[in-house]
Write a protein that binds this ligand. Structure first.
Ligand SMILES: [Fe+2]
Length: 478
């Protein structure tokens, strides 16, 4: 694999040596107990870690350009009194089945269009279902961007099919990949963007853990914002709407989503504060010119609403290509706090941390989603600002009490981290991808001191691709 992409020939100025080995290989589906564990699995870690991510980029000489294009594979690491057990499987979408049968990529990707490629019902991407995976109401759902999730068996990861919330949504309902879960009720809240040129709108959905829909609200958003994530509090859903705009006429003309997006920083960014329940109106706050892919967390504090995001200077999607040479020109990104005065509906304060290593995949203690919190974890790119490809090689731990990111684990060159760091009862779980040795492990860190390195290392039999988003389902007895 070193040949065409030349890792060996440019090691001296390559900020991501062997990175192609993390993307360009055929993933192996398997299920097995983990042996040769280093360290001790914390007793508080009982349940199953799940991560979803793109895991197929090539087929019969075709190669996807963009990280978001690859077919989704879910990995599960189950922790119980007997030890740890790993299972991984592709999400068996209709897209995957058809493309396996035809031996080539058939459908257009987020960042890759082919001659004669196809769309779902001629209007939207046929989803690779590769963004996230969440336990919900006793089942497991793998999410795509702006389409229905797929239901999986929580143990075997066998795909059961599209999950339509008891028939309340359909196969062209826009539905985002970043569902949020109310820690008090277990309800799922999620959104979808309708890109109708004359009336772009954001739809907000709330479901009980059984899957029945409690509410559906619609908010006008003025422009067809591409939006990926949001924050949830007991009263509000909060959106940082960046001026990255989607042109569906271009998309329907035959180009990829990437080529249909337009960055208009002069239009500015806005925070949309959308009440979850009927009877209250939404409002927006002007919020600079940055770009936000991921929200860290939001919470209400008396008459204030705290909105914490990872704020980039420009969209990050262009940095997800060309696979495997990613993040060549990624802009600095910082954890940034916006404080909104709810009575006046005004921005009262903006605080940006100094840590700017293009962090992404932020996470918090899931019990504190929507509530006051201080600590968060994320992946960072140490070579941000340097030329050339690069990738996540830091696990970073931020704290709003100090206003800084002082606790950082740094990998060695040629070793990367993958998947949203997941917090479980004082531990952080993350994928450790040693591209030098073509070996992958799951690593467990003490959440309070990630700089000390892992407390547990769980070696995998086969390499896995870097994941996107992860979650944890506690065992019933935990
Ligand atoms: Fe995401």
């Amino acid at each position: 694999m070193d040949g065409a992409n030349g890792a060996c020939t440019r090691m001296s100025h390559d900020a991501a040596p062997y990175l192609e080995r993390c993307f360009l290989f055929d993933a192996t589906e398997d299920s097995y107990p983990i042996t040769e564990i280093s360290g001790t699995i914390p007793a508080s870690l009982r349940g199953t870690y799940y991560v979803n991510g793109p895991a197929r980029f090539e087929r019969a000489g075709q190669r996807y350009k963009h990280w978001l294009d690859g077919d989704g594979m879910v990995c599960a690491m189950r922790f119980d009194d007997a030890g740890a057990h790993f299972t991984n499987r592709f999400v068996r979408t209709g897209k995957l089945r058809e493309e396996e049968e035809s031996g080539r990529f058939v459908y257009r990707g987020f960042g890759t269009a082919f001659n004669g490629d196809r769309l779902r019902r001629n209007v939207m991407l046929e989803p690779p279902v590769n963004v996230s995976v969440y336990p919900f109401g006793g089942t497991l759902l793998a999410f795509a961007e702006q389409s229905l999730p797929f239901e999986l068996d929580p143990v075997t990861l066998e795909t059961r099919g599209e999950y339509d919330f008891q028939g309340r949504l359909n196969s062209v309902t826009p539905f985002a990949a970043h569902a949020k879960f109310d820690p008090a009720s277990g309800n799922m809240v999620n959104f979808g963007i309708s890109y109708a040129a004359d009336k772009p709108a954001l739809h907000l959905y709330e479901f009980e853990p059984g899957g029945s829909m409690l509410r559906r609200r619609r908010f006008a958003i003025g422009a067809p914002h591409s939006n990926h994530d949001f924050g949830l509090t007991p009263s509000f859903a909060v959106f940082y709407l960046s001026p990255l705009l989607m042109d569906f006429q271009k998309f329907w003309g035959g180009v990829s989503v990437m080529e249909s997006l337009r960055w208009e920083p002069e239009s500015g960014s806005r925070i949309l504060v959308a009440p979850r329940t009927p009877g209250a109106d939404s409002f927006t706050i002007e919020a600079g010119q940055g770009y936000c892919l991921h929200v860290i967390n939001c919470f209400e504090d008396g008459g204030r609403l705290i909105v914490d995001i990872l704020e980039l200077e420009a969209p990050v999607y262009p940095e997800y290509q060309p696979v495997p040479d990613l993040f060549a020109n990624v802009t600095p990104c910082r954890p940034t706090r916006y404080v909104i005065d709810l009575a006046n509906q005004r921005l009262s304060e903006r605080i940006a941390m100094t840590y700017d290593r293009a962090p992404d995949f932020p996470s918090v203690d899931p019990a504190l989603v929507g509530f006051a919190y201080d600590e968060f974890w994320m992946l960072g790119i140490s070579a941000c600002g340097q030329p050339g490809r690069k990738f996540f090689d830091q696990l970073a731990h931020g704290d709003w009490r100090t206003g800084s990111v002082d606790d950082i684990y740094q990998t060695e060159p040629g070793v990367y981290l993958g998947g949203e760091p997941v917090y479980v009862n004082g531990s952080i779980l993350v994928e450790h991808l040693d591209a030098r040795e073509k070996k992958c492990e799951m690593w467990v860190f003490d959440a309070s001191h990630v700089a000390k390195g892992p407390v547990t290392r769980l070696p995998l039999r086969h390499p896995v691709h870097p994941g996107f988003h992860a979650s944890f389902a506690p065992s019933a007895a935990a």
